[in-house]
Design a protein around this ligand. Structure first.
Ligand code: PLP
Length: 411
């Protein structure tokens, strides 16, 4: 496209003003907001003040004075509208993995005459590991994980299944499930559902209450931009409140932690999902990061992300040197989350060589180049430059340099 046409796309972008709220290096085009969201500038100010004023000056009094003790619930309330959840059902604590453990064990309690967890073969590994761990702990006569391919899920929903646990967006190819339809199918057989929204929250429109979802979890550090290791969120539908006790009981999930009662009485509602002391610095960072979402409609974010991805594909198709990159994501934009994946035997080295010229994407083993489209920070002109740079990498085979083949710990 001509520079004029690109400028036109950027000029009609209603989200273009959001970029100024982030601190992203000038010489980088960041196509990895699905793994670690970029830094919202106000997070820096908030953390400075939490550290120097709240911790530095008010010390332990800050638990009351600055409301640290309620931060997990307050941040949960801020995330709730992004999930389509009414107040009182979302809490921010621990990691997705830990929250999945709590939820799976709770679902087995809620369906005492069923023992099976159903999930998908290529679900994110941590989701499967947690279920496998629970199976080992409880023994196969009390808990068993069944995994099937995505196409077989509907047929596998039998009345022996206690809970269906799935990721909304597949972390590899970005394919999305129809939450409403699968939840309804599961409910017809009295199966509970847990949706992992790690790659959905902040990029795909969600209506958890309307879809009658039982439980959900998701990451604070991906499209919500809460920073490395930001706590996870957990959604517990009101209809299940006070019907069970999650097993990772800790004092912060007690009804009255400062009574120091030797026996456990769970807090009401979603509050019982707390276990230990909340990480205030991380929570404060996420809290500040969420301000960016206050006046944006997730639908708008989704539309721009799809437009950026379609633009990327269109430009890539025009370059014969890029034909070897096989799109492994669904072709239809509405069937994808916020990223595209391309298979190539040298995907790792390609990703490194692309990164060397300032285009940051990521690699997923064994052969996927993952490219994500954060609508809050990216413009169409950057997509144009990214495809140009990828063309250079592929056309001149710069990825064949030895230094691009060394695998680091984190890929
Ligand atoms: C990123 C991701 C996770 C990460 O889980 P943590 O316990 O927070 O590290 C879990 N599930 C999915 C689908 C993910 O994409």
């Amino acid at each position: 496209m001509s520079p004029k046409q690109i400028n036109k796309l950027d000029a009609s972008d209603k989200l273009s003003g959001k970029r100024a709220l982030f601190s992203v290096p000038e010489d980088v085009i960041y196509l990895n907001g699905n793994s670690l969201g970029p830094l919202p500038s106000n997070v820096q100010h908030r953390l400075n003040s939490v550290i120097s004023e709240e911790w530095g000056k008010d010390l332990i009094g800050s638990w009351n004075k600055h409301g640290w003790i309620d931060l997990p619930l307050r941040v949960g309330e801020k995330i709730a509208p992004i999930l389509g959840a009414a107040s009182g059902q979302v809490l921010c604590c621990d990691s997705v993995s830990l929250n999945l453990f709590k939820l799976l064990a709770s679902c087995l309690q809620l369906r005492p005459d069923r023992t099976r967890i159903l999930s998908q073969k290529d679900n994110f590994p941590t989701d499967l590991y947690v279920a496998q761990g629970l199976q080992q702990l409880l023994g196969p006569s009390s808990c068993q994980l069944d995994i099937v391919a995505a196409e077989q899920l509907a047929d596998a929903l039998s009345e022996e299944i206690a809970v269906l646990m799935l990721s909304h967006v597949n972390f590899r190819d970005g394919a999305v499930h129809d939450i409403a339809a699968l939840t309804q199918m599961a409910h017809e057989r009295d199966i509970l559902v847990i949706w992992d929204l790690a790659h959905s929250a902040g990029i795909l429109p969600l209506s958890l209450d309307d879809w009658n979802v039982d439980f959900a979890v998701g990451c604070g550090y991906k499209f919500l931009n809460g920073g490395p290791g930001a706590p996870s969120f957990v959604y517990v539908n009101k209809k299940h409140h006070d019907q069970f006790t999650q097993p990772l009981q800790g004092w912060m999930g007690h009804k009255a932690p400062f009574e120091f009662d030797p026996s456990f009485t769970p807090a009401e509602g979603v509050g019982q999902f707390m276990t230990g002391t909340p990480p205030i610095l991380s929570l404060a960072a996420l809290d500040a990061a969420l301000d960016v979402f206050a006046d944006v409609d997730v639908k708008q974010l989704n539309e721009k992300s799809m437009a950026l991805a379609e633009y990327f594909l269109k430009l890539a198709e025009q370059q014969p040197a890029l034909r070897d990159l096989q799109l492994s994501s669904p072709k239809e934009p509405v069937q994808r989350g916020g990223h595209l994946s391309f298979a190539h035997p040298e995907a790792y080295a390609i990703c490194q060589a692309w990164g060397d010229v300032g285009i940051i994407a990521d690699f997923r083993s064994p052969d996927l180049l993952r490219v994500s489209f954060s609508p809050l920070i990216l413009c169409f002109e950057e997509i144009d430059r990214s495809v140009q740079a990828l063309f250079e990498v592929m056309h001149h085979k710069t990825f064949s340099e030895a230094k691009f083949h060394q695998r680091r710990k984190v890929t």
